[in-house]
Design a protein around this ligand. Structure first.
Ligand code: ATP
Ligand code: MG
Length: 392
C-alpha cells in the first residue's frame, strides 16, 4: 500500500465551523476515490492520510486534484519518530529523485511539539546527513530543485518529495445548494465550476426545445454535467421542455423582447425548482455587457422575477478569461460542439438592450405564462450524473 498526504487550506481558518468543514471534505475525498478500493482515509488534526494500493495512486492523485478544499497532495512515507530513521528515509527519497548537480532543501513542520528537536534543527541535521552521502548535490534554500518535507506528528514522521497542487476553494456542500442555469455555451459551465469552488452543491437546469433542438443539444448538457460532476459528485441535471413557452413568446410578443422574456420565464421556472430541490440560490453564466442581452437593464429584468438571489460568478470576466478557464476545466471542447441551443434559435436581429420592467410585464400579459411555466416545471426530467462517464 502507498500513502498520500492531503493538506487543506482555507477551511483551517473557519473557527467553530471547522469540524463541519472537515467532515464534508473527508466525505468528498472518500466519494471521489470510489472504485479505487481498497483504500482507507484517516484524518488527523490538519491532515488527511490515504492508504491505497500503489498501482492506483496516480489515478487517486488525479481525482483528488479536483476536490475543492484541498491545497496539496503528496506521496508520503511514514517512519517512526526516530531521527536516524528520518535521516535515512530522507536520503532514500532524495536518491529516488536524484539528478547529478541538483539542489535540494529540507523543510520541516513540527506539529508534535514534544519532539526533542525544533524544525530548524531538524532541517539542518537531515540536510547535513544527506550532504555526507557524497552525492553531487547542494543545498539551495531559496529555489531548490527538490523540496523534501518532513512532518513531525504525534503518530510518526511523514516524508514527502513532491507536492501536487489541489484546486483550493471550499469543500462542496459546505455552503448549501444552488441551481445552475446551464446552457450549451462556454460561460455557464465555468460559472458552475466557480459555484462548486466556493462550496456550493450544484444541480443543473437545462431548457431544451425539441424538436428544434435535438439529441445533440441534450448530450452536450449531459457531457458538461459529467465534467462538473468530477468536481461535485453527484450532480443532478434537470431537463426542462421549453418548446411551448418559446413558441408562444415568439408568436405573440414583440420580437425585440424575445430573449429577455425567455430568460424571465427560465428564471421563474428555476426559482420554483429551487424550492422543490431545497436550493437557496440560482447561478447563471452572464457577464456584464458581453452580449446585448446582458445589460444592467436586462439583468434587472431577470432579477425581478426570481425570489432567490441570482449569482453571476462571471460578471467581471472578459471572454478570454472565461475561455481560459473553460480549457483548464475541460469544458471547452464540449461547449464548442456545434449544436443549436434554444436561445440561439430564432434570435431576433435587434434585441432590446434597455427594456423597461413595465414593458416586459405588458408583453407577458398576452400569453398564458402561468400555465405554460407550470407545465414546463411539471414535465422536467431529472438525471443523476456521475463523474467520469456515468449517468442514472
Ligand atoms: P453561455 O455561454 O452560458 O450560453 P451566453 O454568453 O451564451 O452564455 P446567453 O445565451 O445570453 O449567454 O445566456 C445567459 C445565461 O442564461 C447562460 O449563461 C445560462 O446561465 C442561462 N441560459 C441560457 N440558455 C439557457 C438554457 N437553454 N438552459 C438553461 N439556462 C440557460
Ligand atoms: Mg448561450
Amino acid at each position: 500500500m502507498a500513502l498520500l498526504l492531503i493538506r487543506y487550506g482555507e477551511i483551517a481558518l473557519k473557527g467553530k465551523n471547522r469540524p463541519f468543514f472537515e467532515k464534508k471534505l473527508h466525505k468528498n475525498i472518500r466519494n471521489t476515490l470510489k472504485g479505487l478500493e481498497p483504500f482507507q482515509v484517516t484524518f488527523e488534526k490538519g491532515r488527511y492520510f490515504i492508504s491505497i494500493p500503489s498501482e492506483k495512486i496516480s489515478q487517486a492523485q488525479e481525482r483528488l486534484q479536483k476536490v475543492f478544499g484541498i491545497i496539496s497532495i503528496s506521496r508520503a512515507v511514514r517512519v517512526s519518530l526516530d531521527l536516524q530513521e528520518i535521516c535515512a528515509e530522507a536520503l532514500q527519497l532524495l536518491k529516488d529523485n536524484y539528478k547529478p548537480g541538483m539542489s535540494f532543501k529540507v523543510n520541516t513542520r513540527r506539529s508534535n511539539k514534544s519532539f526533542h528537536l525544533t524544525s530548524p534543527k531538524i532541517n539542518s541535521t537531515v540536510g547535513a546527513y544527506i550532504l555526507e552521502s557524497g552525492l553531487d548535490i547542494q543545498v539551495d534554500v531559496h529555489n531548490p530543485q527538490l523540496l523534501l518535507t518532513v512532518e513531525i506528528r504525534n503518530k510518526g514522521a511523514y516524508l514527502c518529495a513532491a507536492e501536487a497542487a489541489g484546486p483550493g476553494g471550499l469543500p462542496v456542500g459546505v455552503n448549501g445548494k444552488g441551481i445552475l442555469l446551464l446552457s450549451g455555451g462556454l460561460d455557464s459551465p465555468v460559472a458552475g465550476w466557480m459555484a462548486l469552488k466556493r462550496g456550493i452543491e450544484l444541480e443543473a437546469l437545462y431548457f431544451h426545445s425539441p424538436p428544434f433542438t435535438g439529441e445533440g443539444a441534450v448530450n452536450k448538457a449531459v457531457d458538461l454535467c459529467k465534467v462538473l460532476a468530477t468536481y461535485g459528485d453527484p450532480l443532478y441535471l434537470h431537463l426542462a421542455p421549453f418548446t411551448e413557452l418559446q413558441k408562444q413568446i415568439r408568436l405573440n410578443c414583440p420580437e425585440s423582447l424575445m430573449i429577455t422574456l425567455m430568460r424571465r420565464s427560465m428564471l421563474r421556472v428555476a426559482d420554483k425548482l429551487a424550492y422543490q430541490r431545497k436550493a437557496g440560490v440560482l447561478f447563471t453564466g452572464e457577464s456584464l455587457g458581453q452580449v446585448s442581452s446582458q445589460t444592467l437593464e436586462n439583468l434587472a429584468a431577470t432579477n425581478e422575477v426570481a425570489s432567490l438571489p441570482i449569482l453571476r460568478p462571471l460578471i467581471g470576466f472578459d471572454k478570454e478569461e472565461i475561455i481560459d478557464r473553460a480549457r483548464k476545466i475541460e469544458s471547452y471542447d464540449i461547449s464548442t460542439r456545434p449544436f443549436e441551443d434554444c436561445c440561439t434559435l430564432f434570435v431576433p436581429p435587434h434585441p432590446a438592450t434597455r427594456p423597461s420592467i413595465a414593458e416586459l410585464q405588458e408583453a407577458e400579459k398576452v400569453i398564458p405564462l402561468k400555465e405554460l411555466e407550470e407545465s414546463c416545471l411539471g414535465n422536467i426530467e431529472t438525471i443523476k450524473i456521475l463523474p467520469r462517464g456515468g449517468e442514472r
